[in-house]
Design a protein around this ligand. Sequence first.
Ligand code: PEP
Ligand code: MN
Length: 363
Amino acid sequence: MPTEDTAMVVVMRHTATSQDIDSVVRAVEEVGGDAFVSRGKHQTIVGLVGDLAQFSEMPLHAFPGVDDVIRVSRPYKLVSNETHPRPSTVWVDDVPIGRDTVTLIAGPCAVETEDQTLAAAKMARDAGALILRGGAYKPRTSPYSFQGLGEKGLDILAGVAEEVGLPFVTEVVTPADIDTVAAKAHMLQVGARNMQNFQLLREVGMSGKPVLLKRGLTATIDEWIMAAEYIAHQGNLQVVLCERGIRTYEPATRNTLDVSAVPVVQSLTHLPVIVDPSHSGGTRDLVLPLARAGIAVGADGLIIDMHPRPETALCDGPQALKRDDIVTLREAVSTLATAVGRQLPERRDPALSAGGAWGRSAN
Ligand code: PEP
Ligand code: MN
């Protein structure tokens, strides 16, 4: 991690006009620097790259519409908590994911049939989940494995989500599918295998939807946060990071849940971070212990696979929780959330206006 300042960021007031932003950009370009404008829902940020000593001599603070000028010592600017010290809350429809709460996301690994998806969604709701998960487009290691139902699966998921009254998150594996998925889903998932698919990151950034960004199988924390920066760079700061286990030399678990990543990421960025105990452990018996570990270490939420009949599942059956596990999960989440000073989230009153990552901060 470099310790010297590597960049500067100009935070514009929410009242700043396009002319105010343009004059900052022009002034920076006139001295040979580059200026990257990121328009958040409530605030615009201009990242400056070039000769920092020269930028420091410019009266940027005095430019109209400028709120603050910040020197950044990390390679990522927009998602760094140097630029935005207060932790962000990302809203998935009317459900918050942020530093005050523990938000449960649950559902089937893959959408197989309408009945299976509905049954899994009801299990998720009974477990206390406020967001439904489910894969319609599946990134599989083998081309012979079930690849997901695609658009048909998306329609099933959208119908089931509506029926159980929960917003849903689903994976998008290629830029070509983003419009189709974003038209129905409340949150887009970028999977571990696509964490450095930079074109996909840019385009989910442009979608305007909240994004769940899973950590790559062999990604360092810096690489993972830089992937989030790609999304933010398109003006989309509604990013939730997901620690889902990394590949180590240990074959006893599917992946090794890197619990340290949670507080490390929280010390570096303002983004929420959640834990996926299903894809890290890889077996049902490990899901509850790892879920407890995730909450204990300070995760802002959990994402968990469940299935009404895991023995018949077309994808990841061994790690799917069964009906018998639901009460235990519900109680574990509620007890541990209280123990670490968090609350279970409440859905936002629909009468209140929508907020984005910059507009709504947990504290
Ligand atoms: C998933 O959540 O269904 C999934 C494929 O996860 P990951 O990208 O973490 O492997
Ligand atoms: Mn899975």
